[in-house]
Write a protein that binds this ligand. Structure first.
Ligand code: GLY
Length: 585
């Protein structure tokens, strides 16, 4: 299934000859095209000619590629992969959550953004996460049915199939592999055994969850066991037979709503019947000649990735050297300014006016960047959201798909926490999200990722909580050159930004860019997080510049596919998550 096309190593024969002869490589600053792969890097992508899927679970990637091989396009493959991940990666793949999908159509050159984010039920209120003392109670948004948004995944995948699929496959045919896996069972990987083990206390308390994932005895499966999900197989069968109505009305919708209400929520079957995915205009910006196209609100991701890149364009990042204190300092300063804007201006565009144009205004971003001291950290207490020009989990998962026609899909979807709320709706096998914790429970009260929000992201009936999910495309001269994205809560924005910078400024190939140690700053808390693997010397220099530096665990699961100018596909799955895989042919 995974075919390494060794000819890729001859992409730049002259350069390679130079490398072999001298042992050194002349690295041009700021890649005009994404990096030249010589074969001498430390990490290597998987190569393919015709089509590729990169996802966090190898079996699901293979299912996507089998659809491509049978004549499906990237959207068909993405839909099959999305349903398969609901079975093979139950902590993040889902039917009971929501997400965002970018679709690039090679024929017309257009990029479409599908918003299938979860929505607050009609009975949601501004103060629903406040306890009797009037203070925000995180337990209500994270550990009760009040945190569950009306799921959007099934509607989002069905819309993608109907509008942008090849027409070669029915929805039922794309769901069939997931039904098979749920019914026949999957072999429990180390990753699945570990994640179920660590989630046991939080999610095993729900009866249906315990019955499916802990054998009804509260015992996590061991590596190598077979996990059968019969209720989930039945739900998938109903969707395959009846389409959207099978999930959003009738017995399944009733069971979801009553399970959420039994867990303290307010969802009704009418909320499910009212759910609709939305087509949005993606956000666009440029970075050193590359066009970045990413998700628009209710995701904050695209706007802030472009803001950070734009603020950095005036600094010579390549000259600083990858992993240097200057490199990480400049990134941190741009990030803190972007995340400060996020806390004030971003929310669901159907409920609040999000000043997208003003936030991406070049003069505004230049003035934000002019406040960056290249030598010293600016404390976050001195950085507020900017004055705009006057004018109008970690446990998320991402997959990237490219087909032989040049169509592509970048999809990030989630249940929010690992296994979401942990509640399986009785009799459905569907794990439900706790996505509404992404609302600001009260102004200035952080969500589970420490992100602060204001009125723009306050809970309200029918509103979608602000997200950081950032499915992204990068183009050069109108040609698609990168499909990427990752889970990681608030860090999604900084991770996707660094993948782009690592490839554009440091000429890393996709595998190197995915593996490279990363940093993160989100304005508040005023902490610069570095991953293990960053030099202690860099950390000391950053501290001397005034940063509060903390080393944190490896985070993210970037799934990238680069398209070389010759049309070769070079894919990389983040090594931080076991079991991830690129499949191509
Ligand atoms: N729940 C994480 C996000 O949507 O950003």
């Amino acid at each position: 299934m995974i075919i390494a096309v060794r000819r890729a190593r001859a992409i730049c024969a002259v350069l390679l000859g130079f490398v072999m002869f001298t042992g050194f490589i002349a690295v041009p600053a700021h890649a005009d095209v994404l990096p030249i792969i010589t074969g001498n890097e430390r990490f290597h992508p998987v190569y393919a000619r015709n089509g590729m899927v990169a996802s966090q679970e190898a079996l699901a990637s293979e299912i996507g590629v089998s659809i491509l091989k049978q004549g499906g396009n990237a959207v068909d493959a993405a839909v099959a992969t999305g349903f398969a991940l609901a079975v093979t990666l139950p902590r993040a793949g889902n039917l009971g959550g929501g997400g965002f999908m970018l679709v690039h159509l090679a024929g017309t050159g257009e990029t479409i953004a599908i918003d299938y984010r979860e929505t607050a039920p009609a009975a949601a209120t501004r103060d629903m996460y406040l306890g009797p003392d009037g203070k925000a109670d995180p337990d209500l948004s994270r550990n009760s049915g009040l945190g569950t948004g009306v799921p959007g995944t099934v509607a989002g995948l069905a819309l993608a199939h109907e509008k942008y699929g090849s027409g070669t496959f029915t929805l039922a045919e794309l769901i069939a592999p997931a039904i098979r896996l749920a019914e026949q069972g999957i072999r429990v990987s180390d990753d699945l055994a570990m994640s179920l083990g660590s989630a046991r206390e939080r999610i095993g308390k729900y009866e249906a969850t315990n019955a499916i994932f802990y054998g009804g005895r509260g015992e996590a499966p061991r590596t190598g066991d077979i996990l059968v999900q019969r209720d989930l197989a039945n739900t998938l069968r109903v969707i395959a037979r009846d389409g959207l109505t099978g999930f959003y009305s009738g017995a399944i919708a009733e069971q979801i709503a009553s399970s959420v209400r039994a867990a303290g929520g307010v969802m009704t079957a009418d909320d499910l019947a009212a759910y609709a995915p939305k087509l949005r205009e993606p956000v666009r910006g440029s970075y050193r000649g590359h066009e970045v196209v990413s998700m628009s609100p209710p995701s904050s991701g695209g706007i802030h990735i472009i803001q950070i890149l734009k603020m950095l364009e005036g600094f010579d990042i390549a000259d600083a050297g990858y992993g240097s204190a200057r490199h990480f300092h400049l990134l941190a300063e741009a990030m803190r300014r972007a995340y400060a804007d996020r806390a004030t201006y971003l929310g669901d565009p159907d409920h609040v006016a999000v000043p997208v144009k003003a936030l991406l205004d070049e003069a505004y971003l230049a003035s934000r960047a002019s406040g960056i001291d290249p030598e010293r950290a600016t404390p976050s207490a001195q950085v507020n959201a900017g004055t705009l020009p006057k004018q109008e989990s970690e446990q998320t998962t991402h997959f990237s798909v490219v087909d032989r026609f040049g169509n592509a899909v970048s999809n990030t979807y989630t249940l929010n926490f690992s296994y979401g709320l942990g509640l399986v709706a009785e009799g459905t096998g569907v794990l439900l999200n706790n996505e509404l914790d992404d609302f600001a429970a009260a102004p200035g009260v952080p969500n589970a990722y420490g992100l602060i929000g204001g009125e723009a992201n306050a809970p309200a009936a029918g509103k979608r909580p602000l997200s950081s999910m950032s499915p992204t495309f990068v183009f050069r001269d109108g040609k698609l050159e990168l499909v990427t994205g990752t889970p990681g809560g608030s860090r999604i924005i900084s991770m996707v930004t660094q993948v782009i910078i690592d490839m554009v400024d440091f000429n890393m190939n996709p595998a190197e860019a995915v593996a490279a140690p990363r940093m993160h700053h989100q304005w508040l808390p005023d902490v610069l997080r570095i991953e293990q693997g960053v030099s202690p010397d860099t950390a000391s220099l950053l501290e001397a510049m005034g940063h509060d530096v903390k080393t944190s665990y490896a985070s993210g699961s970037v799934q990238s596919i680069m398209i070389t100018p010759e049309g070769l596909l070079a894919g990389a799955s983040d090594p931080r998550r076991p079991g991830a895989g690129v499949a191509g042919y």
